[in-house]
Design a protein around this ligand. Structure first.
Ligand code: NAD
Length: 491
């Protein structure tokens, strides 16, 4: 069954697979219901694609890259098309934000911020498309050597459900800017925005096969994409467990990958920090998107001498937090799925059973549907350093407060998890700022601030189990391209 139009209505034909700029249903007609996290009501459905659709999508991307209109465009022409996608996202921002908010449960204002960021990815990489220069290399007498930056060919993208619109832009825009053709498998829990933006890309004039989308379950659509011999590079964001699986799959075809696998990022508060500046940022960095942010500041490490004072103020701030449905636009919305809600609740129950004190808990607004996937923001502490909840990613609105003695102890504690994604350092001592920044193992370090993943221009990625490779900024253009060295012997 095939159609020209995207159809995600609950009574429609689940037409959400995009191949060659044609929307179609899954070959077997399978569908996956889409529920609103705020009340557990079904409001859409997507196609349950599998290996056959992945084959078709990879073949379309290969054709677009090697023989199609996409592969013939100049870098400037590609850039213009990407910027047009950014413009269309902005022109439709309110409607898109409403849909993203409903699909993921995130408060509407976060949905709006996500649209601005998604548009910015296309704008930034569109503008950068014709500014990636290669190099010439001094060599032997009579030779000229060029190192060109070329696209891989077909890149595959597997993205999570926490920021579907932003992740679509973050992963696809730099790859397209470099001239690759792409196949994306969005997350089954929340993928309506990738579908809408792909539709806008067609409207912007992206040629057939430049963007192909296969909706479906991880094992049925994601696994065959990662293992496909027709892809040349893969970008994955999600859990460390699935990250291992996709890396094994790409390794079998000797295909490279960039992996972004989350974190347990510390906010390190020294006794000389400006608490008025720290408090709102620390709070937002764990409450934003209900803590479902890979760069969430999920550990607040506080110097012993000010622990009681700082945590006392944080307690107050947490108890004023309100959780409510996405359209109420409160501090916190529901989690993305029942599974995620139960996982977070299990971790909280285990921590409390082990005697970890709950310092403070936000409230759930009156009238909030009991059927939604809510977890109130929770501040725990002091959390023992070796406890699971101090070391593993919760991916919910749960902040662990942990005291430290001095600078050396702060470094040891900050680096004591398997992750290394982002860190925040709060101190007025300039020398200490730099010593700490150099010693903390994280892909991004903020001093007296915290980006919570923001900053399209800033290279982003992990150390240790947070993954490898870099997205965002110009680094992403290097990541989604390959160097070809041409040696000319002209005598
Ligand atoms: P996940 O790793 O299972 O899913 C991420 C993406 O991978 C989705 O598109 C999914 O369909 C796909 N996928 C799943 N199984 C696959 C397979 N075998 N082969 C190929 N692709 C597959 O993540 P999740 O289950 O949605 O969340 C679990 C945990 O992962 C969360 O609680 C959180 O800790 C972490 N997470 C991290 C991020 C992040 O941004 N780093 C995002 C989402 C989830």
């Amino acid at each position: 069954m095939s159609s020209q139009r995207l159809d995600i209505s609950p009574e429609g034909g689940a037409v959400s697979i995009l191949i060659n700029n044609e929307w179609r249903a899954a070959a077997g007609g399978g569908a996956i219901p889409v529920y609103a996290p705020s009340d557990d009501g079904q409001f859409a459905q997507i196609a349950r694609g599998g290996a056959a659709e992945v084959d078709g999508a990879v073949a379309a991307a290969r054709e677009a890259f090697e023989r199609g209109d996409w592969g013939r465009l100049t870098a400037t022409e590609r850039g213009r098309l990407l910027m047009k996608v950014g413009e269309l996202i902005q022109a439709n921002a309110e409607e898109l934000a409403q849909l993203e908010s409903r699909d993921t449960g995130k408060p509407l204002s976060q949905g709006r911020a996500d649209m601005a960021a998604a548009a910015r990815y296309f704008e930034y990489y569109g503008a950068a498309a014709d500014k990636v220069h290669g190099e010439t290399i001094p060599f032997l007498e009579g030779y000229t050597v060029m190192a060109l930056r070329e696209p891989f060919g077909v890149t595959a993208h597997i993205i999570p459900w926490n920021y579907p619109a932003q992740m679509f832009g973050r992963s696809l825009a730099p790859s397209l800017a470099m001239g690759n053709a792409t196949v994306i498998k969005p997350a089954e829990e929340a993928c309506l925005l990738p579908l809408r933006i792909a539709d806008l890309a067609i409207e912007a004039g992206l040629p057939a096969g430049a963007i192909n989308v296969v909706t479906g379950l991880g094992e049925e659509a994601g696994a065959p994409l990662a293992a496909h011999p027709g892809i040349d590079f893969l970008a994955f964001t999600g859990s460390p467990e699935v990250g291992t699986l996709v890396q094994q799959a790409t390794a079998r075809n000797h295909v490279g990958c960039v992996l972004e696998l989350g974190g347990k990022s510390p906010q390190i508060v020294f006794e000389d920090a400006d608490f008025d500046a720290v408090l709102p940022v620390v709070q937002k960095a764990i409450v934003q998107n209900a803590g479902q942010t890979c760069s969430a500041g999920s550990r607040v490490l506080v110097q012993e001498s000010v622990y009681d004072e700082f945590v006392g103020r944080l307690k107050e701030a947490f108890s004023g937090l309100v959780t409510a449905s996405h359209d109420a636009d409160a501090n916190c919305g529901p989690l993305v799925s029942r599974d995620q809600q139960q996982r977070v609740q299990r971790m909280l129950t285990a921590a409390e059973a082990d005697g970890i004190p709950v310092i403070s808990r936000g409230g759930i607004a009156e009238g909030t549907p009991a059927s939604g996937y809510y977890v109130a923001p929770t501040l725990l502490g002091p959390v023992p350093r070796d406890h699971t909840i101090a070391r593993e990613e919760v991916f919910g609105p749960v902040l662990c407060a942990i005291p430290f003695r001095d600078e050396a102890d702060a470094v040891e504690l900050a680096n004591s998890t398997d992750y290394g994604l982002v860190a925040g350092i709060w101190t007025r001592d300039g020398a200490r700022q730099m010593r700490m920044a150099r010693k903390v193992r994280a892909g991004q370090v903020f001093i007296n601030g915290y980006g919570a993943g923001g900053g399209i221009e800033l290279p982003f990625g992990g150390m240790k189990k947070s993954g490898h490779g870099r997205e965002k900024g110009f680094e992403a253009l290097r990541e989604f391209s390959v160097v070809k060295t041409i040696v000319l012997n002209h005598g």
